[in-house]
Every structure is written in structure tokens, then in C-alpha cells.
Design a protein around this ligand. Structure first.
Ligand code: DP6
Length: 427
């Protein structure tokens, strides 16, 4: 590219960032614009091989304004949250030089340089699978690399937090705590890693995607209404969560599954109780067919756990109609998948390969090779033989088998870049 005799260039960075699922939920802010929460939260980072955002960011003297494309569509960057993240990053940018390309950006130049951001999720956006978390974390992480921001991940987490609260927890792999902090400026409201993904890699996570539809009440407005109207939420934030955070940290440290499962299920249920205690009430499990599926999952898991005498599986639900099930090990995961497929068989024409995605080895362990194998599954032993069991064919869209995963990484292979190195536009 040559403009007015001045050699132009495009410099790009690509990164991949995981999503996360909270096991102690964040619900409620004490500061809306800085995104400061009313309680600490804890999450598991999910394996980016199955759920992640890939983002390429580029800078060029030929760019006239900041632009972003998400999943192939250009979106506006004018929102306060994007602007806060961009401003925080620009203020920490440093000199960048690439002699080969003839690139030289001085620290002070970043204020006048524009960026292009191209981002893809490998899972449904806004379906309650925390796509905004992975997306915002990836935007912040990749721009920080491009701009040679030298701050550590916890500072980057405080920037990502200003894009979307749960995003701050996606800056680390494994088990992550978002410390609510005390400072008014939010400087101590950061994410820290409790343990990396290898610490407890027995855990297998199966997500039942009940609907890929966009959720009806956004988390942002939902939690605002909760803080303004719920009498329960204050008790939750001040009394219940502080205790649970200590207990959950212990459970994770000791790989104590029974304690982990009890806390995870209780906290998910309390989050939904607090949502229901909001005026007007928020039912995240609202649609009739979804409600049936999600309640069935809860009651079957509770029944199985009681039947075994100790928890085999934990469930947790965010602000969307999808169930996240965490099983203690691979053996239990295979038994869980058999149960899930027993209750929720696919439509006859569905291909098994697209019905159970992610880590397919769980499917092999469950002894299921084809859709016909699902038809012949026996009812789980904990079911009462005298009560006829109902199977809900086609009520689940698909299942994702995954586990705890690593934090953000830079992808160095140019073929993985989403930006055309000549035009600076999406490929
Ligand atoms: C139920 O992080 O999406 O998933 O900060 O307003 O962007 P904003 O909300 P968001 O809320 C997530 C809420 C949750 C629980 C959690 O992830 O901790």
C-alpha cells in the first residue's frame, strides 16, 4: 500500500481467549460504569478447544477510525464499555517497532492511531454461554499485545472488567476468582488465578445447549433491577457469598468434589432465586419447553446424587437457557452422558457427530457409536421402575463435552489471522 508516497502498512496480532462458567455467581454491581460487583465470584475457564473467541486486531496509518466486526458483521464501537476499554489500553500503550515492515509507532502516537478488530466465537453468541466474557477478554488481550501494553494479566483483567464483568475472569486458565475490591476507582477489582487447569483436570463439563436464542433479559439490566428491588440480594452479597467463597476456595484446593458440587448447585439456585425476587421478576428458565428440560436436568441430577450417596455431578445455570453439568471424573461423565442422551435423544435425522460435540472421547466411553445406540439405552437405575419415564426427543439442541482449560494465548500462525494483511479488513 502506498499513499502519497508514504509507505503504508498493516500490523496485526491474533489471540484466542476462553469463556468461563461461574460456580459462585456475580450478580449485582455497586458501580455501573466501572463495573464493580457487590460480591466476589469464582469461575472455571472452559477449554478453548471447544469454546473460545478468536480475535485479530490491526493498526495502520491508513485506518480512519476504530472499527469492529463480530461473527462477520460490523458492529458499533461507540458504546461506553468499548470506549472505556480502548481508552484504558491506549493510555498504557508503548513504543512499537517492526523494522522489516517499516513500522514505528511512538507511545504518544497511539492516541491518533486507529484499530480494526475482527472477532469470531466458535459458539452461539448471547445464548448465555458467556460469549461476551470471551469476546471482551480477547479484545483487551489482543489489543494489549498489539499496543505493547506491559501490564500483567491482573491489570488487563481490570480493563476487561470494564467491558463486561465476567470477562475479567477469562484472562486466566483453570480456576479464577474475581475479587470485588474496595477502592472507588476499581483498581483492586481484579481477577486472580486460584489454580491452573491441570490442578483438577479430572473434571468433565457437559453443556446442554437448550436454545441458541438470544436471552430475553440482558444480565446488565437484570442485575440492575435486582440490586434496586430485591431484598434477598443484599443478604446474598453480604452474608452468603463471602462464606461460600472461602468454602469454594478450600474445595478447589483440596479437589473436594462433594463440597464443590454442593456449593455450585446451591449458588446457581440462589442466583435464580434472587432473579425471581426481582421486581419485575426475572425467569431465566422462562420458555415452557426450556423450563421443562432445565428442571428435569436439576431433578434428575439431584436424584442421581442422592441415589449414589455422594454427589456425582454439579449443575449450574447462567442467564440463558443452557445447563452446565460438571462431573467428578471421566467415568461419571460417561454415565452422565448416557443419562442425558436417554432423556434427551436427538431427532431421528440428527447426526450424532453434530449432536455431541467437543471432546468426543466421552461419547466413546459411554459406548455410543450411533443414534440407534441411544434408542436402546436403559432407564438409569435410580429411576422408579413403576413410574413410566418420558423421553424428550429433540428438546436439546446439542451437547458440548469439555473441561477446564487454559487462559488466553497469542496465535502466531499468520494463516489463523482474521484480518487481510494488505487491506486491514476482515478476510
Ligand atoms: C449470570 O458479565 O454478562 O453469568 O457485567 O453487565 O456485562 P455485565 O454482566 P455479565 O454477567 C454475568 C452474570 C452471570 C454470572 C457470572 O458469570 O458470574
Amino acid at each position: 500500500m502506498e499513499e502519497d508516497g508514504v509507505k503504508s502498512w498493516v500490523m496485526a496480532v491474533t489471540a484466542q481467549t476462553p469463556t468461563n462458567i461461574a460456580v459462585i455467581k456475580y450478580w449485582g454491581k455497586r458501580d455501573e460504569s466501572l463495573i464493580l460487583p457487590i460480591n466476589d465470584s469464582i469461575s472455571i475457564t472452559l477449554d478453548p478447544a471447544h469454546l473460545c473467541t478468536t480475535t485479530s486486531v490491526a493498526v495502520s496509518p491508513s485506518f480512519t477510525h476504530d472499527r469492529m466486526w463480530l461473527n462477520g458483521k460490523e458492529i458499533s464501537l461507540s458504546g461506553g464499555r468499548f470506549q472505556n476499554c480502548l481508552r484504558e489500553l491506549r493510555s498504557r500503550a508503548n513504543d512499537v517497532e517492526d523494522v522489516e515492515k517499516g513500522v514505528k509507532i511512538a507511545k504518544k502516537d497511539w492516541d491518533n492511531m486507529h484499530v480494526h478488530i475482527v472477532s469470531y466465537n466458535n459458539f452461539p453468541t448471547a445464548a448465555g454461554l458467556a460469549s461476551s466474557a470471551a469476546g471482551l477478554a480477547c479484545l483487551v488481550f489482543s489489543l494489549a499485545k498489539l499496543m505493547n501494553v506491559k501490564e500483567d494479566h491482573s491489570t488487563l483483567s481490570a480493563i476487561a472488567r470494564q467491558g463486561s464483568g465476567s470477562a475479567c475472569r477469562s484472562l486466566y486458565g483453570g480456576f479464577v476468582k474475581w475479587i470485588m475490591g474496595k477502592e472507588e476507582n476499581g483498581s483492586d477489582s481484579i481477577a486472580v488465578q486460584l489454580a491452573d487447569e491441570k490442578h483438577w483436570d479430572d473434571l468433565v463439563i457437559i453443556i446442554a445447549v437448550v436454545s441458541s436464542r438470544q436471552k430475553e433479559t440482558s444480565s446488565t439490566s437484570g442485575m440492575r433491577d435486582t440490586v434496586e428491588t430485591s431484598a434477598l440480594v443484599e443478604h446474598r452479597a453480604k452474608v452468603v457469598v463471602p462464606k461460600r467463597i472461602i468454602q469454594m476456595e478450600e474445595a478447589i484446593k483440596n479437589r473436594d468434589f462433594p463440597a464443590f458440587a454442593a456449593l455450585t448447585c446451591a449458588d446457581s439456585n440462589q442466583f435464580h432465586a434472587v432473579a425471581l425476587d426481582t421486581c419485575p421478576p426475572i425467569f431465566y428458565m422462562n420458555d415452557t419447553s426450556h423450563r421443562q428440560v432445565l428442571f428435569l436436568i436439576i431433578s434428575r441430577v439431584e436424584k442421581w446424587n442422592r441415589f449414589e450417596g455422594t454427589p456425582q455431578v454439579a449443575y449450574t445455570f447462567d442467564a440463558g437457557p443452557n445447563a452446565v453439568l460438571i462431573s467428578r471424573d471421566r467415568k461419571t461423565a460417561a454415565l452422565l452422558l448416557q443419562r442425558l442422551l436417554f432423556y434427551f435423544p436427538p431427532q431421528s435425522e440428527t447426526d450424532l457427530n453434530s449432536y455431541v460435540i467437543g471432546d468426543k472421547t466421552i461419547l466413546q466411553d459411554a459406548g455410543i457409536q450411533k443414534v440407534d445406540d441411544i434408542e436402546t439405552l436403559a432407564p438409569p437405575p435410580e429411576t422408579n421402575a413403576n413410574i413410566p419415564v418420558h423421553r424428550y426427543k429433540g428438546d436439546v439442541s446439542y451437547f458440548i463435552c469439555t473441561g477446564p482449560g487454559r487462559g488466553p494465548v497469542v496465535l502466531t500462525d499468520e494463516n489463523q489471522s482474521l484480518i487481510d494483511p494488505k487491506t486491514g479488513l476482515p478476510k
